[in-house]
Design a binder for this molecule. Structure first.
Ligand SMILES: Cc1ncc(COP(=O)(O)O)c(C=O)c1O
Length: 386
């Protein structure tokens, strides 16, 4: 395959390639340091444990947290489910099985929050799924309006995975603090892409996945605040008592080491990468607008992820054009909905009709995207749709 035919990867919101430096950091943990970090009486165990604790420090540095506030999980799906269901358990244990519970989330959450919240409803929690503004952002006033005396959790996505809009998590956290309500954020599309500083934005819980920031798949974190206030969350998994008793199960050491290495790289690269990708994103949008003047941008025009462009081509069914778009890797709606013919609930919630949702594509860029890639991508789109 010559360079000209190489497909162009514009699906960084779905997953990012593993950075070669991350792979290099992981490799010894497959081959040499294969020990179980719970084996406290020999050097193999010590080496594995050292790798895990280094990773805990690396990720906590990226998000300005304390290492002990980080628990490793299998990814953001697990972290999101853990917060929602263990918080119900905690409150019911502390206040009795009939304690009234009200949770607030938004209509544009990732399915791992959305479906967990629907399950919470089935388990007796009152849940409000509030609508966003037309740009796909949660407005603080709408949250304020639906608070009740028994509201116990606000859970909002930090950066929306389909349309890229950024939520005012700092303001939402301030509101939660004022009312003594827990605040959880699904920061899977934020960590490593925009500054996430838990000293200035003191959320109670935060979920993230390594494969969205150039680390491996199957590794993530749940951040649980340890002071002001100190929060203890019942475990979601029971067993050998790993992760200081918070999450049992033998740790996936190479993946955790990779998560840490990826976090450290992001810490160093983020300031420059954020500007570079945002420039490329805007360049791509300007080029697409020239080639396809009907194209419309979804999400907020400026308060958006530096890597995301969600575009609607009205009157177009993208499915019918897939054979002409073979050289381009992109998503239709959320990657997690691919394979399902349903229009994305997120796009529907933003007011797009089913037909507009079918004409929507998400292009997302990252560390290895070049301007040349974007010129080729625009040419492919122009040829397919004109
Ligand atoms: C915003 C958001 N939350 C959660 C997830 C789930 O992450 P994982 O599949 O790594 O558990 C994703 C993945 O697409 C996501 O984009």
């Amino acid at each position: 395959m010559n360079e000209q035919q190489k497909p162009i990867y514009l699906d960084y919101n779905a997953t990012t390639p593993l950075d070669p430096e991350v792979f290099a950091a992981m490799e010894p943990y497959f081959k040499i340091h294969f020990g179980n970090p719970a084996s406290a009486n020999h050097p193999w165990g010590w080496a594995a444990q050292k790798g895990v604790e280094k990773a805990r420090t690396q990720i906590s540095t990226l998000i300005a947290a304390n290492p002990l506030e980080i628990t490793f999980t299998s990814g953001a799906t697990e972290s999101n489910n853990w917060v929602i269901f263990s918080l119900i358990e905690k409150i019911r244990r502390e206040e009795g099985p009939n304690a009234p519970l009200h949770f607030v989330t938004s209509a544009i959450e990732h399915s791992s929050v959305m479906k967990a919240m629907k399950e919470a409803e089935r388990r007796g929690v009152e849940v409000d799924f509030i609508k966003t503004n037309k740009h796909g952002q949660v407005e603080v006033e709408s949250v304020q309006r639906c608070l009740k005396p028994h509201t116990r959790l606000l859970s909002f996505i930090w950066v929306q995975n389909e349309v890229g809009s950024i939520n005012p998590i700092q303001e939402l956290t301030a509101l939660a603090k004022e009312r003594q309500i827990y605040l959880h954020t699904d920061a899977t599309q934020a960590v490593g892409k925009i500054p996430v500083n838990l000293e200035t934005t003191p959320v109670d819980f935060l979920s993230a996945s390594a494969h969205k920031f150039y680390g491996p798949k199957g590794a993530g974190i749940l951040y649980i605040r340890s002071k002001n206030p100190k929060i203890s969350l019942p475990p979601y998994f029971f067993g050998g008592g790993q992760e200081y008793g918070k999450r049992s199960g033998t740790l996936n050491v190479p993946a955790i080491v990779g998560l840490g290495a990826a976090a450290e790289l992001c810490k160093n690269k983020l300031p420059e990468e954020r500007v570079r990708t945002a420039f490329l994103r805007d360049y791509l949008w300007a080029e697409i607008k020239k080639a396809l003047p009907n194209a419309r941008l979804n999400g907020h025009p400026t308060e958006r992820s530096p890597i995301n462009l969600s575009i609607t081509l009205p009157g177009t069914n993208i499915d019918l054009f897939l054979p002409k778009l073979g050289e381009l890797a992109f998503s239709q709606g959320s990657a997690c909905h691919t394979g399902s013919m349903d229009a994305s609930p997120v796009l529907q919630s933003l007011g797009l009709t089913d037909s507009e949702a079918q004409g929507t594509l998400r292009l997302s860029l990252g560390r290895w995207t070049t301007q040349e890639d974007l010129n080729r991508a625009t040419a492919i789109l122009a040829k397919a749709f004109n």
